[in-house]
Ligand binder design. Structure first.
Ligand code: ADP
Length: 488
C-alpha cells in the first residue's frame, strides 16, 4: 500500500529536520537524524547512507547487502543526479543522491515493501538535498577550523622563534600601537626612554618611508634600533628589531683605552727621555772637559741639569698621582689658607716659564679668599691649568696671555684660568678630562705632556667637593673654571 501524507505533516517534518540539522556539529549526527526522520514515514527493512565512494557511512542495519543491479542503479542515480528506485522481489529500494548543485556527496538508500507516494518521494528528495547542504557546510566549517588551527599553530611557531631571538622584535601599526611583539619586548615595554626612542624612529619611518637606525641608552643598557617599513592588509606598519649592544660598546671602550695606554707608554717614554737626554749630555760634557770649562759655563750647565731633573721629577710625580687616582688612594691634607695668596705665589713662580714662551701671565683677584683645602694639591691644579694655558698658546700670536681670576659665588669660589690660545674643538671639550686624552695625536710631540694632567686636576677638585668645566673656541682661546667650597 502506497504511503500517503498530508501537506501539514510534510511541512512539520521538513521544519523539524531543519531545526535538528542546524544544531548538529558533526556529519554522523546529521546522517543519523536523516535516517530517523525517514524511518518516521516509511516502514523500511533498512536505511543506509553511502559516501561518494559507495562505502556504507551510516545505516540502521549492520549487514547490508548491495547487489550488483542495485549498485548499477546507485551509480546511475549519482551520475544523473536524480533519485530513482529499484523494484525487486516485491520490495522497493529507493535511491536518493545527496547532492548540492552539481556535486554528489553520497547516496541515501531505503529498502521498503511499501512503495511511497509521490509526495513522500519528493519529501525524501528534499531532505536528501538539505542534508547535502548541511554536510557541505559542515565540511567547510571543519576545513575552516582546520585552517584556523594551522594559522594558530604557525603563529605559535613563529612566536617561539621570535621569543628565542636575543633581539627585541616589535611591529607598530600606523597609530604606533604594538600589533606584534616577542617576550623580550614585553619585558622592556615599561622603560620610558626605550619606548620614546621606539616611537620616534617608527614615526620617522612612517613619514620618510625609509629604514632608520638609532642608538639609545635606557636604564644603563645601550640599544641599537633598526626600523623598517612593512605593509599589512593595506596598512603601512613599522618592524623594529632592537639589539642590546652594551657589551659591544664596553668592548669598544676597552679597546680604545688599550690603544690610549699604548700611545701613553710611547708618549711618556718620550717625555722621560727628553730631560734624561739633556742631563746625560750635559753631565758627559762636564765630565770630559771639567778642566777646560770656566766657572760661568759650568754654572749654566749645572743649572740646565738641575732644571731638567726638576722636570723629570714633576713627570714622575704626575705619574705617581695618576697611579694613586687609579687605585683610589689619593688622600687630602686640608688646611685653611688664602687662595689669593696662593695664586700670587704660583703666578710669580711661573712667570719665567710664561715669559720664555712670550705669554703674559696675569692675576685678577681681589682681597683674601680663605678656603679649607689641600694647599699642595690646589697649587698643583693651578700649575697644571696655567702651564696648559702657556703650552697651548698660539705660536705666532703677538699678544699672548694667561689670566687667573677669582669670583665669589655664595658659599663657593670660582677660579677661572683663561687664555687666548689654540682653543679646544667642541667635540673634545668633555674628553680632555679623560685619562690619556690629548687633542690631536698623543704621539704629536710638539707639546710635551702625557694627557693625564687634567684627569688628575679633575680628581683633585672633585675630592674637594668641587667642580671643573670649560668654555673654549678654536683659535680664540679657552677658559677653565674651578669651583671650590669656601673654608669652614
Ligand atoms: P697634557 O699632558 O697633554 O697637557 P692634559 O690632561 O693637561 O694633558 O690636557 C689634555 C689635553 O687637553 C691636552 O693634550 C690638550 O690637547 C688639551 N688642552 C688642555 N688645556 C688646554 C688649553 N688651555 N688650550 C688648548 N688645549 C688644551
Amino acid at each position: 500500500m502506497a504511503l500517503q501524507m498530508s501537506s501539514n505533516r510534510i511541512h512539520m517534518f521538513i521544519s523539524s529536520f531543519i531545526r535538528e540539522s542546524s544544531n548538529v556539529k558533526d556529519p554522523d549526527s546529521l546522517l543519523l537524524s536523516l535516517i530517523k526522520i525517514v524511518q518516521k514515514f516509511i516502514n523500511c527493512e533498512w536505511i543506509a547512507i553511502l559516501d561518494k565512494d559507495l562505502n556504507v557511512r551510516k545505516s540502521d542495519l549492520n549487514d547490508i547487502k548491495i547487489e550488483q543491479d542495485l549498485l548499477e542503479m546507485i551509480k546511475w542515480s549519482m551520475e544523473k543526479m536524480s533519485p530513482t528506485s529499484l523494484v525487486k522481489d516485491q520490495s522497493t529500494t529507493l535511491v536518493f543522491p545527496l547532492m548540492k548543485t552539481n556535486k554528489v556527496l553520497g547516496v541515501l538508500l531505503a529498502k521498503t515493501e511499501e512503495e511511497p507516494v509521490f509526495e513522500v518521494f519528493e519529501l525524501i528528495s528534499t531532505l536528501a538535498f538539505l542534508s547535502a547542504v548541511v554536510l557541505e557546510n559542515l565540511d567547510l566549517y571543519r576545513s575552516l577550523e582546520k585552517q584556523h588551527a594551522i594559522v594558530e599553530e604557525t603563529m605559535n611557531y613563529m612566536r617561539q622563534i621570535f621569543n628565542s631571538f636575543p633581539q627585541i622584535v616589535v611591529v607598530l601599526n600606523s597609530q604606533l600601537n604594538p600589533v606584534f611583539s616577542n617576550l623580550q619586548y614585553l619585558e622592556r615595554e615599561k622603560e620610558p626612554k626605550l619606548v620614546e626612542a621606539i616611537e620616534k624612529v617608527a614615526r620617522n619611518v612612517l613619514t620618510t618611508g625609509s629604514r632608520q637606525v638609532k642608538e639609545v641608552e635606557s636604564e644603563g643598557t645601550f640599544y641599537s634600533l633598526i626600523a623598517e617599513k612593512i605593509e599589512y592588509e593595506g596598512e603601512t606598519q613599522v618592524l623594529l628589531s632592537i639589539t642590546d649592544v652594551t657589551n659591544t660598546k664596553e668592548l669598544e671602550r676597552l679597546k680604545e683605552i688599550d690603544k690610549l695606554k699604548t700611545d701613553f707608554v710611547a708618549s711618556i717614554s718620550h717625555e722621560l727621555r727628553t730631560p734624561l737626554a739633556a742631563i746625560k749630555a750635559y753631565s758627559e760634557t762636564m765630565l770630559s772637559s771639567l778642566n777646560d770649562l770656566d766657572k760661568d759655563t759650568l754654572s749654566d750647565f749645572l743649572q740646565t741639569v738641575y732644571k731638567e731633573s726638576l722636570h723629570l721629577e714633576s713627570l714622575l710625580d704626575e705619574l705617581l698621582d695618576f697611579a694613586k687616582i687609579e687605585q683610589k688612594a689619593m688622600v687630602l691634607d686640608k688646611v685653611r689658607f688664602d687662595l689669593t695668596e696662593l695664586i700670587k705665589e704660583v703666578t710669580q713662580s711661573m712667570s719665567e716659564l710664561a715669559k720664555s714662551k712670550n705669554v703674559r701671565l696675569e692675576q685678577d683677584t681681589n682681597g683674601p679668599i680663605f678656603i679649607f683645602a689641600d694647599k699642595k694639591r690646589i697649587r698643583q691644579v693651578l700649575i697644571n691649568l696655567i702651564s696648559n694655558g702657556v703650552k697651548y698658546s698660539k705660536e705666532n700670536h703677538e699678544d699672548k696671555f694667561v689670566k687667573v681670576s677669582t669670583k665669589l659665588n655664595g658659599t663657593s669660589v670660582v677660579v677661572s684660568v683663561s687664555d687666548n690660545g689654540i682653543g679646544i674643538p667642541q667635540e673634545y671639550q668633555q674628553k680632555v678630562f679623560e685619562k690619556f686624552f690629548r687633542v690631536g695625536s698623543a704621539l704629536d710631540y710638539r707639546t710635551e705632556g702625557a694627557g693625564i694632567g687634567l684627569t688628575i686636576t679633575k680628581e683633585i677638585i672633585e675630592l674637594h667637593g668641587g667642580k671643573i668645566w670649560l668654555e673654549s673656541r678654536v683659535d680664540e682661546g679657552s677658559v677653565f673654571y674651578v669651583q671650590l667650597p669656601l673654608g669652614e
